[in-house]
Design a protein around this ligand. Structure first.
Ligand code: ADP
Ligand code: MG
Length: 366
């Protein structure tokens, strides 16, 4: 089911007593979520992710704008008639019910032609449980399950209604690192198997990038960029997006363009023939540095962290906007460098360098 947001806006009265007025939690969202895909809504805490999800679910009413599921305008439809499955961070299972009863819960109390027989319910519950691989645990209570298993039950409960759209709000945040990784792969698998259009909210860029077909990067209620994860990583439209995606993060320098060259400090580090003269912020991905004895970009050398195949070079530069610069280079290239050196010289891979206008922070082509 395709989900379409048209000029969707949600304003809240400000909670801040000193600063009356309103918070625009979702500001004029206008995009389409394609049928059968997994979409990641990504951004820092407070950027409006949950609000967006709650608008789509119907738990919140928009201030203005519309929501469509396929061709249906669902803007004024109550949540229970939208055909959605919801999963939250805290599982929200009924503690006194077994796994089976928890999953079955949404199927009970159906009236009229929606009403299911015992057998039909049983079949549907078992199908959903199998899909998330908890069919062995049906008679347990939630407290007898690990966090990861509890979250699977919550997902099964959301799936049992065969929703048109599955909405997940930070579903992995309560899990430890290993389970988080495992469960996110599970969610990807389940989404592929069922083909249900899924919207996945997270503040964790790695999580969003790893499972989403498409990501929507948000900041302060405003969509910053929409695209396939790799596209957005390779081609961020502004400085915020460049900084938000990637670990280790992009290195940012104050720089200037003059006569078709990018200067960082006194070094002319890269030819940028198509960029006009101006002050810029230069973002360089850690993998954008090449160790080169006569390279144009000179940095102080602070240390080297071995990571196996690659090494991470910790460097400093007066024009850097952070105390350290991190370059990831081939371990073999580093082997040739002198361990006592105080400086290190780099050449840059142009595709890993981004220029942003210093004022607008928008990307500049070069
Ligand atoms: P996220 O899920 O990305 O962390 P939210 O959607 O929860 O962000 O919140 C977005 C903004 O809207 C925040 O500034 C938050 O304080 C505000 N907000 C959310 N819900 C309410 C509410 N019920 N009343 C007032 N402000 C709210
Ligand atoms: Mg939230």
């Amino acid at each position: 089911m395709k989900v379409v947001l048209r000029n969707l806006t949600k304003k809240f009265p400000s909670r801040d007593r000193k600063n009356r007025g309103e918070v625009i939690a979702v500001n004029d969202f206008d995009f389409e979520i394609p049928d059968g895909k997994l979409i990641g809504l990504l951004g820092p805490s407070g950027c409006g992710k949950s609000t967006t999800l709650n608008l789509i679910s119907g738990l919140l009413k928009p201030t203005s704008g519309q929501i469509f599921f396929g061709e249906d305008d669902v803007t004024n439809l109550p949540p229970e008639h939208r055909g959605i499955g919801l999963v939250f961070q805290n599982y929200a299972l009924y503690p006194h019910l077994t796994v089976r009863q928890n999953i079955q819960f949404p199927l009970e109390n159906r009236k009229g032609k929606e009403k299911l027989s015992r057998e039909e319910m049983h079949t549907k519950v078992l199908e959903a449980a199998k899909l998330v691989q908890i069919d062995e645990l049906m008679e347990r209570k939630p407290k007898e399950l690990s966090g990861g298993q509890q979250q699977r039950v919550a997902i099964a409960r959301a799936l049992v209604k065969q929703p048109r759209v599955l909405l997940l709000d930070e579903p992995l945040s309560n899990l430890d690192a290993r389970l988080r990784l495992q469960t996110r792969e599970e969610i990807k698998r389940i989404q592929k198997e069922t083909g249900i259009t899924t919207i996945f909210v997270t503040h964790d860029q790695e999580e969003a990038m790893s499972i989403s077909d498409m990501i929507v990067v948000m900041k302060d209620g405003i969509v910053q960029q929409i695209g396939r994860p790799q596209e957005v990583y390779d081609s961020p439209e502004n400085l915020f997006v460049a900084k938000f995606l990637g670990t280790p993060p992009v290195n940012v320098f104050e720089g200037r363009v003059k006569g078709g060259k990018l200067y960082i400090g006194e070094d002319a580090v890269l030819d940028v023939p198509a960029a006009g003269d101006r002050e810029v912020c230069a973002g360089i991905r850690p993998e954008g540095f090449l160790l080169q004895g006569d390279g144009p970009f000179c940095c102080g050398l602070k240390g080297v962290e071995v990571m196996g195949r690659d090494v991470s070079v910790i460097a400093t530069n007066d024009a850097a906007m952070s105390p350290t610069v991190r370059a990831i280079v081939n371990a073999e290239d580093m082997a040739d460098a002198s361990p006592e050196a105080l400086t290190v010289r780099f050449a840059l891979k142009p595709r890993k360098v981004f220029l942003f206008d210093k004022k607008t922070e928008k990307r500049i082509a070069f």
